[in-house]
Write a protein that binds this ligand. Structure first.
Ligand SMILES: C[S@@+](CC[C@H](N)C(=O)[O-])C[C@H]1O[C@@H](n2cnc3c(N)ncnc32)[C@H](O)[C@@H]1O
Length: 237
């Protein structure tokens, strides 16, 4: 990858989305995790670094109002073709500078987005979320306690730089939230489609059951879950 094409450049993502957009649409678990953990506290959602816009589309399908923002013109154009009914929800813009846009939402979230940034940039993103969000701030990151998942990413990273993103331990992501004055609650999600919340989603279970499965997990879930999903109540700041 040359300097012009690092993860923080539009050029990198414009190229990348041409080859990965369709594959991403096959995994719709995360939109359900977001809806389940929002637990009826929001009607209006914002997704940062929406990429494939699959979560934006999933949440709309579940009946919520939703906006997704991504700076890759290619990802936005692919999403407008794939989801013509969502054209008004697809915003091509910088997630660090949403002040250019006039909106406020109940819940904002990202998935696999913070892992491409350093600590200072993560703080800026979380502060931006806090500025536009009235109820819940969420961020889902890759879980470094799951060694199998981490090793899988390391092995793929040799051939594909998409996989060389940062994984987080619970204390690291908690620290990122606390450093901007947010009180994080960390949940473990993503069971490789084979157990827990993933099976409930595949079965079409109600959001309340999916939420119960996520919030009642024991400590062993930390080592087998793909992601840490952090939720902070804006009012608890
Ligand atoms: C790993 S992808 C996220 C994938 C997404 N969660 C999904 O499910 O499709 C990271 C995304 O962040 C976007 N991105 C990176 N920097 C950005 C920025 N400053 N503003 C908006 N989007 C950005 C990239 O274009 C890319 O689509």
């Amino acid at each position: 990858m040359d300097k012009e094409e690092n993860f923080q450049s539009k050029r990198y993502w414009d190229k990348k989305w041409s080859s990965i957009f369709d594959g991403y649409q096959k995994d719709l678990r995360h939109g359900h995790y977001v809806a389940a953990l929002a637990d009826g506290r929001g009607r209006r959602f914002l997704e940062l670094g929406a990429g494939s816009f699959r979560d934006t589309a999933c949440l709309r399908g579940l009946g919520f109002e939703v906006l997704g923002i991504d700076f890759s013109e290619n990802s936005c154009s692919l999403a407008r073709s794939a989801f013509p009914h969502l054209t008004d929800s697809i915003i091509c813009g910088d997630a660090f500078k949403t002040e250019l846009l006039e909106f406020s939402v109940d819940v904002s979230f990202s998935k696999g987005f913070l892992g491409y940034f350093g600590d200072a940039e993560i703080s800026s993103i979380l502060l931006e979320q806090r500025r536009v969000t009235s109820k819940l701030i969420m961020a889902t990151v890759h879980n470094s306690h799951n060694k199998k998942f981490l090793d899988y990413f390391k092995s793929r990273a040799e051939a594909d730089s998409l996989y060389s993103l940062r994984f987080f331990a619970v204390d690291e992501i908690e620290h990122a939230f606390r450093s901007v004055g947010l009180k994080p609650q960390v949940f473990t999600v993503g069971k490789a489609y084979v157990s827990g919340e993933d099976v409930l989603i595949a079965e079409g279970a109600p959001l309340s059951l999916i939420r119960d499965a996520i919030v009642s997990q024991g400590p062993v879930a930390l080592e087998i879950s793909e992601y840490l999903m952090v939720v902070a109540d804006v009012e608890a700041v």
